[in-house]
Design a protein around this ligand. Structure first.
Ligand SMILES: [Zn+2]
Ligand SMILES: [Zn+2]
Length: 712
């Protein structure tokens, strides 16, 4: 039956019922039933006319009228009109326990937990009826959803006195309360030990309480272990779903496989879509997309949630292309159109692959499918444009969003920051403050990076020392590393030294590399050598440090130093990551290795590089042999520098795209000094915007300048 005809039939039924009203005068039980039906449907008018009818017939003022008043209280409470319910309650000549409980439930449903507790207090003070198990359940639930553990404990004591805690419902609600409020380990253990018999519901309540609130995963695991040892306990869907969630949080593949095999062994419906979805999510989180695929293949009925879960499983394990391919295969299924989660996974995959063109096509699909105003999709769009290189489009998408959450602001701030547009990042941060959004850890990483790009040392210090404290954001290693970057970029090496000595963190390779890089760019070679020697001892397999040290030696023309570093690398078998660049032209990705000769048009590309380099020489280009060790293992010579992967990609872009159109190139490692100065001049020569994303950041080359101001 269609939804419309269902509603029509209901309408007829209700019209009939209301027309019967006058004849029902004496049939109060039926009126009560009718009110209950009204409360659970959208028939406000019918309920109100019953109310009017009861007033006219004077059936609301006698002590024995409590039942129909209770029904009316229930009706108004369920309709979200707590004040009208309260008015009726207050005017009652005599109340019974149901009156109290109904009003409490009404307050609870409308989210007024404090009103529930107030009402319970006056119930105890009034001494009218004694609380029963239903009152106890409502009250404890309110304590737990408003995280009032102190009041909850008091109520627990009170219900213990009234002998109500042996009721299953009451006990399970108590368990849920204790497990959902942190710091109540002892209480739950007592409850679990006190269980008269092995009660699945009680275990499930404790498990889901721990999982859903406070993130007390250790305790949840303890409960699950106890459940596994109880031989008579038959797990149900709730148990399995919770345990799969727990595995996902721990990313514990071993546990995941144990639970999965338990399901198979005990014949728990593995073909069920919901259960399969949870399994797929879990294997995705554990980084096993192929296991997820196997579960997917074994599920007969599919829906978009399941499809999206599988795509997300591939995304989680960085198989972005696989995630996109999966969508391409699914796309034509009309019965499973993509939802907001699908678009988010797709856009995030595109972002990681830097496929700006594909991202634009997806954007069109988002608009067509009506998901544009969805915050999650909007955030993914901003992220996609920012990560794929088009910060202007990211800004456009950001500006067009009607609703923003903390992720929206963070993506935009970090996006600008990543592109070296520190001023813009700080402006968005200001706007965020004005909008009243509360910044978090990620916001401050973006903001500190922005300060570092701009060289705003004072401002950065203020954010780090004062603003973070004001917003209760505890600085972590990432923030401390940002400050190292900020100070060392400004050349304040003495301050960096004392800062690093005093900071209460264990410095990692990122922090040392950041300092080392600053020494290299700021030409503080003596400190750079010291830092590099130390970092090489700490991280003997990190090729980046060796290369920076070698570059420092080369810049100071210490060729024996260069040779020493090189032989050390050979001795320790440290392999540097080969430089790879790629560019997407007409939906096809072209990949280039340094001195690549795999590409079908390589001869033409080499010729183009030669032609362009000779044209920029008059503009001031001279090959930077000293810094060129980044990418070449062999002889350091001009001809090697010519054929760095990023130069090949840029040359190919120049050959294959219309004049003046922007080029977007991605590189897996840091762009070298020589390519950087060459591409700056190429941007002027060709009058194009050239965006290069390297392992650290984005470089926007335009009119002979780069957005990084030659510091990266
Ligand atoms: Zn290069
Ligand atoms: Zn740059």
């Amino acid at each position: 039956m269609s939804a419309v005809s269902l509603i029509e039939r209901q309408q007829v039924k209700w019209n009939k019922l209301t027309s019967l009203l006058p004849k029902l005068t004496e049939a109060l039980p039926r009126l009560n039933n009718l009110l209950k039906l009204c409360a659970n449907s959208s028939y406000l008018k019918t309920g109100e006319s019953i109310h009017a009818h009861l007033i006219v017939k004077d059936l609301l003022s006698r002590p024995e009228d409590a039942w129909q008043i209770n029904s009316l209280i229930n009706f108004y409470a369920k309709r979200g009109e707590a004040h009208r319910a309260r008015k009726l309650f207050d005017s009652m000549p005599e109340r019974n326990v149901v009156s109290w409980c109904t009003l409490m439930k009404g307050y609870q449903d409308s989210g007024s937990d404090s009103e529930v507790l107030k009402l319970f207090k006056s119930m105890l003070l009034s001494g009218e009826p004694q609380p029963n198990e239903f009152v106890a359940t409502v009250v404890i639930k309110s304590c737990s959803s408003s995280m009032r553990i102190k009041e909850g404990k008091q109520c627990h004591g009170c219900f213990l006195k009234h002998g109500l805690t042996s009721h299953d419902y009451v006990r399970n609600t108590l368990l849920y309360m204790y497990s959902s409020c942190s710091g109540t380990r002892e209480a739950i253990r007592l409850l679990l030990d006190d269980l008269p018999y092995c009660d699945l519901l009680a275990f499930n309540s404790a498990l889901s309480g721990y999982l859903e609130h406070g993130g007390a995963l250790g305790e949840a695991l303890e409960v699950l272990r106890k459940m596994a040892t109880e031989e008579d306990l038959v797990w149900d869907e709730v148990t399995y779903m919770s345990s799969l969630k727990l595995c996902s949080s721990f990313r514990d593949l071993n546990m995941a496989r144990q639970i999965h095999s338990r399901m198979v062994r005990l014949g728990f419906h593995c073909g069920d879509v919901n259960v399969s979805g949870a399994l797929i999510n879990m294997y995705g989180k554990c980084g096993k997309p192929l296991y997820a695929q196997r579960v997917y293949d074994g599920t007969h009925s599919r829906n978009i949630v399941l499809n999206t879960s599988l795509m997300d499983a591939y995304f989680q394990s960085k198989s972005y292309e696989e995630a996109l391919n999966l969508f391409a295969k699914m796309e034509n299924r009309e019965e499973a159109p993509p939802n907001e989660f699908t678009f988010a996974v797709l856009l995030n995959s595109v972002a990681e692959l830097c496929l700006l063109k594909h991202g634009g096509l997806l954007h069109g699909l988002v608009v067509k499918s009506g998901f544009r105003s969805h915050v999650m999709v909007g955030n993914a769009l901003v992220n996609m444009y920012a990560k794929s290189g088009s910060i202007q489009d990211a800004w456009k998408a950001f500006s067009g969003m009607n609703f923003r959450d903390i992720i929206t602001w963070n993506v935009m701030i970090c996006g600008f920051s990543h592109h070296g547009l520190g001023k813009e990042a700080l402006e968005v941060f200001e706007e965020m403050m004005v909008a009243g959004e509360v910044p978090n850890r990620i916001t401050f990483v973006g903001v500190l990076h922005a300060c570092s790009h701009m060289g705003f040392v004072e401002q950065g210090r203020y954010y780090f020392h004062h603003l973070m404290k004001r917003f209760n954001v505890e600085p972590n290693l990432q923030h401390y590393t940002c400050v190292v970057g900020l100070l060392s970029k400004a050349g304040l090496f003495e301050e960096v030294e004392s800062f690093m000595r005093e900071a209460p963190v264990q410095w990692d390779v990122v922090a040392w590399s950041s300092l080392l890089n600053a020494c290299y760019v700021r030409r503080n070679y003596s400190l750079g050598k010291k830092v590099a020697e130390y970092a090489i001892e700490m991280y003997p397999n990190n090729s980046g440090i060796y290369i920076l040290l070698s570059n420092i030696h080369a810049k100071s023309k210490e060729w024996d130093g260069v040779a020493r570093v090189r032989s050390l690398m050979k001795e320790r078998r440290v392999k540097k990551e080969p430089g790879v660049s790629w560019i997407c032209i007409r939906n096809q990705t072209h990949t280039f290795l340094s001195e690549d000769n795999q590409h079908s048009e390589i001869v033409l590309i080499y010729a183009k590089v030669k032609e362009v380099l000779s044209k920029i020489r008059p503009l001031g280009y001279s090959p930077d042999v000293a810094g060129g060790y980044h990418d070449v293992d062999a002889e350091q010579s001009e001809s090697n520098l010519c054929y760095h992967s990023e130069k090949l990609a840029v040359a190919y872009g120049l050959m294959k795209t219309p004049e003046n159109s922007p080029l977007y190139v991605t590189k897996n490692v840091r762009i070298c000094d020589d390519c950087h100065s060459a591409i700056k001049l190429i941007s002027r020569l060709s009058n194009r915007l050239i965006v290069v994303r390297d392992s650290n950041r984005f470089h926007h080359f335009k009119d002979g300048q780069c957005s990084c101001c030659d510091y990266w």
